[in-house]
Ligand binder design. Structure first.
Ligand code: EPU
Length: 438
């Protein structure tokens, strides 16, 4: 398969597709299996590249991985966990940010961990200072080397009291995966409480962990000596669901997303309705559709849960190019998540980005030269173009724009989209899109 998709746009997407387990949960639940004394079984696992990457890393550390992509069942046996060769781990460098979450479990299992330089989407600096501070507070010694970071815990890992300066998803997961088997009690203030984190807590509780979550973003963990394997069905991917919903709106279409769930998407559904999209929720999924007529401009701010997710922002911005009037989007999670708008401008969209905090409360990126607010003026007709995928969500947004634009666009670098969107070309076919990937 080539890395290029030629898209004949301008037709509404119509039909039904299925989303399976959330990329940003499944990868963490896979890491959690390292903490168990016996095998784990995770269901509803999508066939995406991030699952392959984490499977590869687990295998390097002696975990037996058995994945049935059709059934979506992943079996993980950590009975023979061992240290991996630095060169092998390093071969995974740049492919994902998940390796940083191996630290706590590997320190518990082996007394040491090596983490290669991290990859992930280019949407900001994406530092790991919170992660390393947390690990140090548990008692880990962190040694930065040329190829990556080497960690040891000569005196074991001990429960601690930590307050996060920002409710980071990854740092909260780092803390959970380390605290569950640390000696004593850990308290985290300022925790992230995304549904994917809550599902990770479900998994850890099934394994034998003791974790309580207060209403004020405080999580308490009582460390235990041993954890077992787990059996769990992953929650659905609310980012993928919202991406298809935005595709329905931008193309004037109608998409039933089987596997989309309402409770995790409340903020998205409110916004979708305000823009003028309609939806119907049933027991199996959500139908998202453009009811005809004008879409409305909105003022929107991305935020941590329960706010509007940053990962929903990029696909929705494409739909906002079709809304009447001026929309304002203030990105408060990442400092640099509007790079994808360059390509949209090239396709005829009117979008300006600003370093000021527009539309709402000031955020930590204000007055720091980060172009983190966007003003979108619409509706504008989108025209076909040659586009390069910049990152996972930005890439999917470009795909949506190409599907909405009249004429034949080429989208390059689409293997990046395989990282987080299962079988997206098959889904496009099911929705009646006209394209070639050969
Ligand atoms: N941050 C720091 N220091 C750290 C960690 C984070 O300053 O040590 C900052 C980041 O730079 C960012 C903010 O905190 O500005 C939030 O980052 P967070 O740690 O919450 O993000 P993450 O754990 O690296 C996960 C998802 C992202 C998603 C964010 C926010 C995974 C693998 N990734 O990233 O997903 O955008 O949470 O919900 O779970 C995606 O799926 O395309 C994606 C980028």
């Amino acid at each position: 398969m080539t890395d290029l998709l030629s898209v004949n746009g301008g037709s509404p997407l119509h039909g039904s597709i299925t989303v399976r387990g959330a990329k940003n949960f499944v990868s963490k639940a896979m890491v959690a299996s390292l903490l168990g004394t016996g095998p784990s079984e995770l269901r509803n696992v999508p066939q995406i590249r991030d699952v392959d990457v984490v499977s590869g890393l687990l295998e390097l550390h002696g975990v037996t991985v058995d994945y049935d992509p059709v059934a979506g069942v992943l079996k993980l046996d950590p009975s023979n966990v061992e240290s991996a060769h630095v060169a092998d781990i390093d071969a995974h460098a740049g492919s994902s940010r998940i390796p940083i979450l191996f630290c706590g479990p590997l320190l518990h299992r082996l007394g040491e961990a090596f983490i290669p330089d991290l990859g992930g989407c280019r949407i900001g600096d994406r530092p790991i200072n919170y992660h390393l501070d947390i690990l140090r507070q548990f008692g880990a010694q962190v040694d930065k080397r040329a190829q990556g970071i080497h960690l040891t815990a000569p005196n074991g890992l001990h429960g601690t009291k930590i307050s996060l300066p920002y409710p980071s998803v990854g740092a909260t997961e780092q803390l959970l995966l380390t605290a569950v088997r640390a000696h004593g009690v850990t308290e985290l203030a300022g925790a992230a409480i995304e549904p994917e984190i809550m599902d990770l807590i479900n998994v850890l509780q099934k394994m034998g962990a003791i974790i309580s979550v207060d209403t004020d973003r405080v999580i308490r963990i009582e460390g235990v000596d041993e954890l077992t394997g787990y059996r769990h069905t992953a929650l659905g991917d609310r980012i993928e669901a919202a991406s298809w919903a935005s595709a329905a709106l931008a193309t004037g279409g109608d998409i039933y997303v089987k596997g989309a769930t309402q409770p995790e998407m409340t903020a998205f559904l409110n916004t979708f309705r305000k823009v003028g999209g309609q939806f119907e929720v049933d027991d199996d999924g959500i139908r998202f559709f453009h009811p005809g007529g004008d879409l409305s401009s909105i003022v929107l701010e991305t935020d941590v849960h329960p706010g509007f997710m940053t990962d929903w922002q990029q696909p929705l911005v494409v739909a906002l190019t079709q809304a009447k009037g001026l929309s304002i989007v203030h990105e408060t999670v990442y400092e640099n998540r509007f790079g994808f708008t360059d390509a949209l401008r090239g396709m005829g969209a009117t979008i300006q980005v600003y370093k000021e905090c527009l539309g709402g409360r000031p955020c930590r990126f204000g007055q720091r030269n980060f172009l983190h607010s966007a003003v979108i003026s619409g509706p504008t007709k989108l025209t076909a173009a040659d586009i390069e995928v910049p990152d996972l969500r930005g890439g999917f947004s470009h795909l949506i724009a190409a599907l909405a634009a009249e004429g034949r666009s080429t989208v390059r670098g689409i293997t990046l989209i395989d990282r987080g969107y299962e079988a997206f070309t098959e889904k496009l076919t099911a929705l009646g899109a006209s394209f070639d990937r050969d």
